[in-house]
Design a protein around this ligand. Structure first.
Ligand SMILES: C[S@@+](CC[C@H](N)C(=O)[O-])C[C@H]1O[C@@H](n2cnc3c(N)ncnc32)[C@H](O)[C@@H]1O
Length: 390
C-alpha cells in the first residue's frame, strides 16, 4: 500500500470507558487460522473495524502481502497511535464504529464504504451489566449481546465482496434471544461456522468462540437455464434494497444535507415534499415498488440520492442502462408480483418472494442493506461458478 494512504486526520475526541474496550487481542495462531479461510484472490481493501493491536490485519498482510490495502478502526486513541507508529503504511483511524457520526468522520470507514473486499473482526464480547444494546435489523427489534451489536451494525453498513470473517462467542450464535435475529440475518446472508476455537484462547477470559463467515446475497445456482438464456453476456444483477426509515423518523432534529424522502405515496407523485438526511440515503436510479398494501404500479426514479421509507423497496440494476428493461419486465409480469403479496390483513411483499419473482424473470437479485454502496456486478463470477470453465 502506498504511503499516501496513511491516515492523517487529527485524532477525534471520542470519550472511552477503558472497562468496555475488551482488549482481548487475537493470538497469532488464531488470526492465521481465520485468515486461512479467506479466498485466494483477495486484492482489494481488508478492514478490521475493532483493530486493537492489529493481530488480524498482520495475519492478512502475511498471507497477501502488498496486494491488499489494510484499513483499521479502533475507539481507543492510544491503541491507534501505537499501531500507526508500527504500521505507517496501514490506514488507521480512531472512531467508534457503533456510532455513525464518529465512523463517517474517519478515513478508514469512508474508504471501506467506497470499496471493500473483506471484513475481519474480533469485536468486544463483554457485557458490563445492562440488558444489552437495542438493535433493529429487518423485522427483528430487540436487545442483543455486545458482539452481536457490533456484527449487526457492520453488516448493515458495509458490503464487502467476500463477506465478513468474525470471531464470535458461541452465546452470540446460540442464545435464545438471538434466534429471531439470526433468522432475519439468514434472509440476506449465507452464514457458516468455519471453525470452533478452544475455550482457553484468550488470556484471562474463558469463553467458547467460533470463526464464522457471513456473505451477503444468495446465488441462483438452481436455475442455470434461466440465467443462461437471459444473460446473453449482459449483466442482469440487481440489488433489492428495503427502505428502513419510518416516516416519523425521517425528519431528524438536524438535517445537514437534505435529500428527498420517498414514501409509498411518492410512488405515483412527481414531487417529494418531505426531506431527510443524506447519511440515510440510497443511490438512484432504481425501480421503486411498495412493500405494503395493495400492489401499485412501480415507477423508476433517477434523482440522485434519496432516503427510502420502510414501506418501499428499491430494485437497483447494477448496469444502469438496464433500468428500463427491469421496469418493463416488472410491469409486464405484474401478476407474478401480485401473487407474491402475502398477508391476511395488511398485504406485504417479503424480500424472499420478491427475489423469487425477479429470478423467474431471469434477473440476478441480491438483497442489499439500505444505506450501503451498490453491490458490484457478480454475474461474471457467478457464471463461472455455475458453468465451470465455459
Ligand atoms: C477484542 S479486541 C480485538 C482487537 C483485534 N481485532 C484483535 O483481533 O486482536 C477489541 C477491540 O475493540 C476496540 N473497541 C471497543 N469498542 C469499540 C468501538 N465502539 N469501536 C471501535 N473499536 C472498539 C477495543 O479498543 C479493542 O481494541
Amino acid at each position: 500500500m502506498s504511503s499516501e494512504r496513511v491516515h492523517s486526520e487529527s485524532t477525534q475526541h471520542v470519550k472511552v470507558d477503558p472497562r468496555i474496550l475488551d482488549a482481548y487481542y487475537t493470538p497469532e495462531a488464531v488470526a492465521r487460522e481465520l485468515v486461512s479461510h479467506l479466498p485466494a484472490g483477495v486484492t482489494g481493501a481488508v478492514m478490521d473495524p475493532t483493530v486493537g493491536d492489529g493481530a488480524l490485519l498482520r495475519a492478512v498482510h502475511s498471507r497477501y502481502e502488498e496486494s491488499v490495502t489494510l484499513l483499521g478502526i479502533d475507539v481507543n486513541g492510544k491503541t491507534v497511535r501505537n499501531l500507526r507508529r508500527e504500521r505507517p503504511d496501514w490506514c488507521l483511524s480512531q472512531a467508534d464504529c457503533l456510532k455513525s457520526e464518529s465512523r463517517l468522520a474517519s478515513k478508514a470507514w469512508r474508504l471501506a464504504r467506497a470499496d471493500l473486499d473483506v471484513v475481519v473482526m474480533n469485536p468486544p464480547f463483554s457485557h458490563r451489566g445492562g440488558g444489552g444494546a437495542w438493535v433493529e435489523f429487518g423485522d427483528f427489534a430487540g436487545h442483543v449481546a455486545p458482539a452481536v451489536h457490533f456484527l449487526t451494525e457492520l453488516i448493515s453498513n458495509l458490503n464487502p465482496r467476500h463477506g465478513f470473517y468474525a470471531i464470535l462467542p458461541d452465546g452470540a450464535l446460540r442464545a435464545e434471544r438471538h434466534e429471531k435475529l439470526w433468522a432475519e440475518i439468514e434472509k440476506s446472508f449465507e452464514v457458516r461456522v468455519l471453525a470452533k476455537l478452544r475455550t482457553s484462547l484468550f488470556a484471562g477470559a474463558r469463553v467458547s468462540t467460533s470463526i464464522i463467515h457471513l456473505k451477503s446475497g444468495r446465488t441462483i445456482r438452481n436455475e442455470p437455464a434461466v440465467l443462461q438464456s437471459k444473460n446473453n453476456g449482459s449483466c442482469r444483477c440487481v440489488d433489492i434494497v428495503r427502505g428502513r426509515v419510518p416516516v416519523h423518523k425521517a425528519r431528524t432534529s438536524v438535517i445537514k444535507d437534505p435529500v428527498p424522502f420517498i414514501h409509498t405515496s411518492a410512488i405515483g407523485a412527481a414531487q417529494h415534499p418531505q426531506s431527510s438526511d443524506l447519511v440515510l440515503s440510497d443511490t438512484t436510479p432504481f425501480v421503486l415498488i411498495s412493500r405494503v398494501g395493495s400492489w401499485r404500479s412501480p415507477r423508476t426514479l433517477e434523482i440522485g440520492p434519496v432516503v427510502l421509507s420502510d414501506c418501499v423497496i428499491a430494485i437497483r440494476p447494477t448496469h444502469r442502462p438496464n433500468l428500463t428493461d427491469l421496469f418493463e419486465d416488472i410491469v409486464e409480469h405484474e401478476s407474478l408480483f401480485l401473487d407474491a403479496l402475502r398477508g391476511t390483513g395488511a398485504q406485504y411483499l417479503t424480500l424472499r418472494a420478491l427475489t423469487e419473482c425477479l429470478q423467474k424473470l431471469g434477473w440476478q437479485p441480491r438483497i442489499s442493506r439500505s444505506g450501503v454502496a451498490p453491490t458490484p456486478c457478480l454475474c461474471a463470477a457467478e457464471t463461472r461458478v455455475i458453468y465451470g470453465s465455459q
